[in-house]
Structure formats: C-alpha cells, structure tokens
Unconditional design. Structure first.
Ligand code: AMP
Length: 124
C-alpha cells in the first residue's frame, strides 16, 4: 500500500525551520531534538529529514544510506545523552509509534529515545 505524507505535520515544519526546535544532533539525513513534553528525564526524538510517515514507509521507500544514517543517529543520540551502556550509561528504551493502533500523533517517522531513569513497564 502506498503511503501519503502530509507535509504540514509539525516535524516537517521543524525541518523547514517554520517552528523552532533545539537540535541536539544533526547528520546528513537525520535530526534529533528534545520532546516538548518529556515523559522521562531524558526524552529525545530522532527523525529522518526525508518525508516518511512511519517506520514501514521508511523501510519501504528510504534509501539504504538514509536508513543507515537514521539508525546511527539514534545510537549516536543515546551515546551523546550518556545513556548507552557501552559509553558508561545505564541503558535506554527506543519507541516508534506507527499508525492508529499505536496512537501515533505526528505523521512523520520518529523514534523516542527515553532514559536517564528507570523507564518502567513496556506498555502503560
Ligand atoms: P507520537 O505520539 O509517537 O506521534 O509522539 C509525538 C511526540 O511529539 C509527542 O511526544 C509530543 O510531545 C512531541 N511533540 C509535539 N510537538 C512537538 C514539538 N514542537 N517539539 C518537540 N516535540 C513535539
């Protein structure tokens, strides 16, 4: 099934500089910034710069270079935020909501990186 992409979503506006954000990491194909409503001590969102609605869309349509860049961006953010065990942190959780059942609010792929404290049960 082809995916639509609504370029008026809030992350598309952040990427175009129409809405302010405070990036904590940027690469050729990815951007990371704090969640406006943090659910844990550390709560960063990592997004691809390309127009992908959700994880499935990204895997179907993004180039291998964009996909590798995105996964590396997530790991880089975890390292930079002091969360990765490999870099002295105490671990973290990544979540990506995809579609209605997940209650995805913003229709631009994003991974939540949560940590800095015990994150809690997998689902509420
Ligand atoms: P989701 O429910 O997975 O689509 O998550 C969307 C997330 O985007 C929520 O955690 C919101 O708090 C966050 N969010 C919405 N608007 C902004 C914004 N302008 N800057 C940073 N995070 C935002």
């Amino acid at each position: 099934m082809p995916y639509d992409y609504d370029d008026q979503n809030i992350f598309a506006k952040i990427l175009r500089g129409e809405i302010p954000s405070t990036p904590v990491y940027e690469s050729e194909h990815s951007l990371a910034f704090p969640d406006i409503s943090p659910q844990k001590k550390t709560h960063i969102l990592v997004i691809p710069k390309g127009p992908y609605r959700c994880f499935d869309h990204f895997v179907q349509a993004a180039s291998a270079e964009e996909q590798l860049d995105f996964f590396k961006a997530v790991a880089e953010v975890a390292k930079q935020q002091g969360l990765s065990e490999a870099h002295g942190g105490n671990g973290y959780r990544i979540i990506s909501n995809s579609g209605p059942d997940s209650l995805q609010e913003v229709p631009h792929l994003h991974v939540h990186v949560l940590g800095g404290e015990v994150v809690g049960p997998l689902t509420a």
